[in-house]
Design a protein around this ligand. Structure first.
Ligand SMILES: CSC[C@H]1O[C@@H](n2cnc3c(O)ncnc32)[C@H](O)[C@@H]1O
Ligand SMILES: [Zn+2]
Length: 431
């Protein structure tokens, strides 16, 4: 195979290790060299990055990508009503084509706002995988399982998860990995969670689950199992380093200790938690205790976008107001949550999340000559507090250019918008 290489010349580089100036040489899917200056001789493609900020692609650790189709459908509701009265009835009409269309739309949105890896739980995941493959993004995907204690449903959910594992794990040159996705402790039976734990151990797969999102959930789990959600999950031997729990809003101090001692990874979803008025996760306490807290948007029906730049700002502001302390969750910490902590949560810290030689070339370039971030002075501050997804100009994932100078290269944006608009209209008309 001929070597494909890209030289990103004279960039300002920012990642969890700090700031420096330099050029980055990409060879095939990986970063080959980072130096103050690299000769462009023999290089296939040179990107002039003067006046540009080069950052690791964001890692969104909790999404339901195809829910882009439900954007703006059921706003201003509490989680229980949102799910029971609006979202689940609509989801009953989903099919593979709709999920593919919604996932493609989500991929467009993520590329345009600098995300290169995401952790997705939903339905018709082989169709979602197809969209991810075409987009050039990297993803961990899981079939979302709900059994409500029904044995037949449990067997069907496990069967579908196994089918998705067989069909999609390692797809798209390894860019797609499959995880197990039990929805939550209030929608999944103890038996289903036990089976998930066994499968995760047997095949070395991650587990993606919603936990402790609302006070109501804590009440329900306590009523049914006698304990708070994370204590219950620990007692049944479910928790481990391979578990990524989304939300983790309502936590007792014993639960925080459990999270730390079991090495559970968290995905903090501040916009969704605020919009559904679920509550505020004790992110500062969790980080101070040494728990790995990453960042996720949740689906576009509860956010209502997939912009990780916006999510970083919301995360920082929310902790400041929760603690009534402006020093809480500073910009540097939030930036780490959106990059290297996300990589660590997905077990990929050796591969992505920072800009280092031998890591995958998953990168985003920000144009520093945009009005929203002028005068250009403090990259971390500007990224978290001033920039938005629109300031992302170019994106590379796995060494492939997915967007250059604001133009999508891997997907036809107009076609995707049309496809998703039609799918959403057809789907809603069925409900
Ligand atoms: C079984 S696939 C995923 C399932 O989760 C639903 N969902 C989306 N956002 C949330 C959330 O914040 N809490 C709980 N469940 C959520 C989604 O609609 C699917 O049914
Ligand atoms: Zn969710």
């Amino acid at each position: 195979m001929e070597t494909e290489n890209i030289l990103i010349k004279d960039a300002q580089i920012l990642d969890a290790h700090g700031q420096r100036k330099g050029s980055v040489l990409i060879e095939n899917d990986k970063i080959k060299e980072i130096s103050p200056s690299i000769s462009p001789e023999g290089v296939n493609k040179v990107i002039n990055a003067e006046g540009k900020l080069l950052i690791p692609g964001f890692v969104n650790t909790h999404t339901h990508l195809s829910m882009t189709l439900f954007r703006g459908i059921a706003d201003d509701l509490k989680l229980e009503k949102w799910l029971n009265d609006y979202i689940w009835p609509l989801e009953a009409h989903l099919n593979g084509e709709y999920c593919y269309a919604g996932a493609l739309l989500g991929c467009v949105e993520m590329i345009k706002s600098g995300t290169t890896t995401f952790n997705d739980m939903y339905f018709y995941m082989d169709h979602v995988a197809e969209a991810v493959k075409e987009s050039g993004l990297r993803a961990v995907i899981s079939h979302g399982m709900i059994d409500f204690g029904d044995e037949k449903k449990r067997k069907a959910e496990i069967k579908e998860s196994k089918r998705i594992i067989r069909k999609c794990h390692g797809m798209a040159d390894g860019r797609i990995k499959v995880a197990l996705g039990p929805h939550s402790p209030y929608t999944c039976s103890r038996q289903l969670l036990d089976e998930v734990r066994s499968l995760a151990d047997k095949y070395g797969l991650l587990i993606h689950i919603h936990v402790a999102e609302t006070e109501d959930e804590v009440r329900q789990v306590k009523d049914k199992y006698g304990e708070r959600p994370f204590i219950y999950l620990d007692e049944i031997g479910f928790l481990g380093e391979d578990v990524i729990a989304a939300h983790a809003v309502w936590l007792s101090s014993s639960e925080i200790h459990i999270l730390r001692s079991r090495g559970v990874k968290l995905s903090h979803n501040p916009a969704s938690n605020m919009k559904l008025a679920s509550g505020v996760s004790p992110v500062e306490e969790l980080i101070n205790m040494g728990v790995c807290v990453s960042l996720g948007t949740d689906g576009a029906a509860s956010n209502n976008n997939l912009d990780m730049l916006e999510e970083m700002k919301i995360a920082a502001l929310l902790q400041k107001i929760k603690k009534m302390d402006p020093t809480a969750l500073d910009a540097g910490t939030v930036f780490k949550m959106a990059t290297i902590n996300g990589a660590a949560a997905l077990g990929m810290a050796d591969e992505i999340g920072t800009i280092e030689v031998d890591k995958k070339a998953d990168l985003a370039l920000i144009n520093t000559r945009r009005s929203s971030i002028t005068p250009w002075r403090n990259p971390t501050s500007h990224l978290v507090y001033a920039a938005s997804g629109c300031d992302v100009e170019s994106v590379i994932c796995n060494g492939e250019i997915l967007m250059e100078n604001d133009k999508l290269e891997s997907l036809d944006e107009k076609y995707v918008i049309e496809l998703a608009e039609n799918a959403a209209e057809e789907l809603i008309s069925k409900a």
